[in-house]
Design a protein around this ligand. Sequence first.
Ligand code: KIV
Length: 262
Amino acid sequence: MKKLTIGSIQKRKDALPLVMITAYDALFARLFSESADILLVGDSLNMSFGGNNDTLSATMDQMIYHTNAVCKGAPETFIITDMPFGSYTDEATALTNAIRVYRETSADAIKIEGGAEKAHLIKHLTLNGFAVCGHIGLLPQAVRAEGGYKVKGKNEHEALSLIADAQAIQQAGAFIIVIEGVKADVATRVAQSVSIPVIGIGAGNGVDGQVLVFSDMLGLYEPFVPKFVKQYMDGASAVKKSVSDYASEVQKRSFPDENYVY
Ligand code: KIV
């Protein structure tokens, strides 16, 4: 598949939905790149790969390590890197950390969580040459501040606030927005209120594309399965069965047989 550019991504507004999926390493990035338009090196890796309860302890070093692996596995795919919690607290900090992403990896863009209150940071980054993806609605990095993962857009006040967020982010120069955990009808209104693509996760079908966390959609992450996740395979069972078959063959000495020896 030909690598998308900012221009070709923006042409997908109100057109063929964009397919985004998270990737954290070269192995899976290579596999996903056959069908995905965009790979997101999400700080969700801190949960499924890092074993933590939330994304908040992800670091810049971690994000850069995983982004490099993904870039190597999928050099022909557009790659977005998540800026981790605490890496964009003010303009100078955001710029220093964003520069690390572009200097130390070949990621195409960075993603920042937050609405209108983060627009000044997005503007600072875009004016300094960064391609920025916004992220509004349910913000995983706000989980401790909000006391849990809260679905947004439950009333008209929240709907108008999300629309204002999206418009402020677009105005600040973002080329795309992820909208997470928002009532489907409200997410559709948000997508219709801006001219850049809006990619949904738990936000229904009226947006310009979808993103899922790969370990969720492959059924590999067992601790919690959000309502919006469709599991396209039962990865956990497949992996456990394979390792259990291997273990019993090793114990019975039926592996390796004559087919697997020099
Ligand atoms: O970190 C992540 O994987 C994300 C997705 C939930 C969009 O930000």
